[in-house]
Design a protein around this ligand. Structure first.
Ligand code: CIR
Length: 252
């Protein structure tokens, strides 16, 4: 498994914020935590390829939002935040040798953080970042390959994957306060701890997960349910409303 990551821009202090108040971000601590995250990916068998930062793009470390990579095609997103749209071209260049590319175009907007792929079902959060035209363009791009696209509403969070992520093709980790359980009723549902709102966002590689150490109850609960958990400290990027999936694009 290849994991694309992107170095943290020295402009991260000017990141987009939706739910949090701005706090200073310690760039060197953030970079060291990001390297630990990359090491965690490597420990789960990924080969990490880090793209260079762009100093004019504060949020470019959150590479997940720029694309949805499937075995058959890479859909290049058109991020909902205008300041993030130029992030896509470097990711497109990295993916071009690996997949046919499809570009979401205006008036569509789509953030990869709103797209949860589980087998042949693709759940898309209708958020402040992803609009109906973006969802329709994604649907058209993936329908030829047999994927069904289901739209899901969220409340209180930035992206769908803030509220629910897949551990494997049968199991989701969910925060039912931010997203309804109903669209996910065919899956085994493990709840994040109610006292840890952002904890439903984990990176899964082969059924093992990378989870934020700041959510100890959810980590322990996952382990009780038989899931192997690698903990990483991601406190600095959390101040930029970045979770764990946002910092990589997995290409199988
Ligand atoms: C933003 O607001 O776009 C960034 N500050 C955080 C993006 C986090 N991405 C994600 O959850 N997929």
């Amino acid at each position: 498994m290849l994991a694309l990551t992107r170095e943290i821009s020295s402009a991260i202090g000017g990141c987009q914020l939706t739910h949090l108040a701005r706090e200073p971000i310690d760039l060197s601590l953030a970079r060291s935590q990001h390297r630990d995250y990359e090491r965690a990916l490597e420990s789960l068998g990924c080969t990490v390829r880090r793209l260079p930062a762009d100093e004019t793009m504060p949020d470019s470390v959150f590479i997940e939002d720029t694309t949805v990579v499937l075995p058959e095609v890479a859909v290049l997103a058109r991020p909902g935040a205008q300041s993030r749209r130029l992030e896509v071209s470097a990711v497109a260049a990295a993916l071009e040798p690996l997949r046919p590319l499809f570009h979401v175009e205006s008036p569509g907007t789509l953030d990869g953080g709103d797209v949860l792929v589980i087998g042949r079902t693709i759940f898309v959060g209708r958020s402040t970042r992803t609009n109906d035209a973006g969802v329709e363009q994604l649907r058209a791009a993936v329908a030829p390959f047999g994927y069904a696209v289901d739209t899901v509403s969220t409340s209180g969070c930035l992206h769908l994957k803030s509220a629910v992520t897949a551990i494997d093709e049968r199991t989701v980790l969910i925060n039912p306060r931010w997203v309804s359980r109903q669209p996910f009723q065919e899956y085994r549902q493990i709840d994040s701890d109610p006292s840890e709102p952002g904890a439903a966002n984990v990176v899964s590689v082969g059924g093992q997960v990378i989870a934020a150490a700041s959510f100890p109850r959810t980590c322990a609960h996952l382990e009780e349910q038989g899931v192997r958990v690698t903990r990483v400290d991601a406190s600095e990027l959390a101040k930029a409303e970045g979770a764990l999936t946002c910092c990589s694009v997995l290409v199988s």
